[in-house]
Design a protein around this ligand. Structure first.
Ligand code: NAP
Length: 308
């Protein structure tokens, strides 16, 4: 079978660390072009941006956007209008409604739009979902604490409006939460701690409730040095179900079930190929909606200015 020819847009941290190795391990996809203003790869056609790529005579069937969320709409819109299948990094956009517009455009053009949630592909997430499908959930606690200086050095977009701040990693927790719980959650309140010199929060607390009335409490913090924490603890009639290390490790009632290595991006690209083959899209906005709701409901507290 001829591989699907793909253009990758935004050759930054995640593109280099995850997308390029995953693409190299996916024979059904062939990397044909890079569109990035300041970076290129040897032996691959290079363009300044997606518009230049689409205007060129390099043929791509699909485009994978690894740029920051602000500005992603125009890039995705241009690609969809040109009849390309599009894969979006998380968060899929800077607002809920812009992604809904993209989903409509993809339907109109008969192409695939895949809004990815890489954390949902972590090794233990599907087993946790299966386990909890018929459980009675009593309470959920999320602790997602990491060191922004380590993970996002020099990234200015992340602190700007639309960049999400600490919700950039927190949305990964919310993408897992909305995958593993048997019924929807909605926020009842939030506190957003915003550095005096930034537009986006460095920490947040979020109170949510499940449809059945169980509380879900989340603490997101970008100021954690030392060991990093990416845990979701679900109290249920099955005992405590704990996802650790961002969904890679599952512990049920104190017994370790899964502890597997990371294949998230290989699984994302395999799913993209499958969606294209089936002529389908996958655009689940639940995690982005929760973040939007936290910004709607959140009490804003100004905290110490952030110095890199
Ligand atoms: P990044 O290191 O800043 O890379 C993004 C790239 O996009 C830049 O290198 C830049 O390349 C290009 N770009 C285009 N327009 C830009 C603009 N207005 N401002 C800044 N860069 C722009 O960011 P990243 O960490 O790879 O994150 C990109 C997306 O992946 C985000 O949505 C993020 O949430 C997601 N993600 C990141 C990680 C991670 O650990 N870093 C993990 C999972 C998902 P040129 O200057 O060459 O155009």
């Amino acid at each position: 079978m001829t591989p699907i020819s793909l253009g990758l847009v935004g050759l930054g941290t995640i593109a280099r660390n995850q997308h390029l190795p995953a693409l190299a391990a996916t024979p059904a996809l062939s990397l044909a072009a890079i569109a990035s203003r300041n970076a290129r790869l040897d032996d691959i056609a290079a363009f300044y941006d997606v518009a230049a790529l689409l205007a060129s005579d390099v043929r791509v069937d699909a485009v994978s956007l690894c740029t920051p969320p602000q500005g992603r709409f125009a890039q995705a819109q241009a690609a969809l209008r040109a009849g390309k299948h599009v894969m979006l990094e998380k968060p899929p956009g800077a607002s809920v409604s812009e992604v809904q517009a993209l989903a409509q455009l993809a339907r109109d053009r008969g192409v695939t739009l895949f809004a990815t949630w890489h954390s949902r592909e972590a090794a233990a997430v599907e087993q946790a979902r299966t386990l909890l499908a018929n459980a009675t959930i009593q309470r959920v606690d999320i602790a997602w604490k990491e060191d922004v200086r380590h993970w996002h050095p020099g990234q200015e977009w992340i602190w700007e409006a639309g960049g999400l701040g600490v919700f950039d990693p927190a949305i990964n927790a919310l993408s897992i939460l909305t995958r593993i719980l048997p019924d929807p959650v909605h926020p009842t309140g939030a506190i957003l701690e915003v550095p005096a010199n930034k537009q986006a929060p460095i920490a947040a607390q979020m109170s949510m409730v499940t449809g059945a009335g169980a509380p879900v409490e989340a603490v997101f913090d970008w100021r954690q040095t030392g060991p990093q924490t990416w845990d979701i603890r679900v109290q249920s009639d099955l005992g405590e179900v704990v996802l650790q290390e961002g969904g890679a490790r599952l512990v049920v009632a104190g017994v370790a079930q899964i502890n597997a290595s990371d294949a998230e991006y290989k699984r994302l690209y395999a799913r993209f190929v499958d969606l294209i083959a089936r002529g389908q899209s996958d655009v689940d906005l639940a995690p982005l909606q929760l973040v939007a709701d936290a910004f709607l409901l959140g009490e804003r507290r100004v905290v110490e200015a952030f110095v890199e």
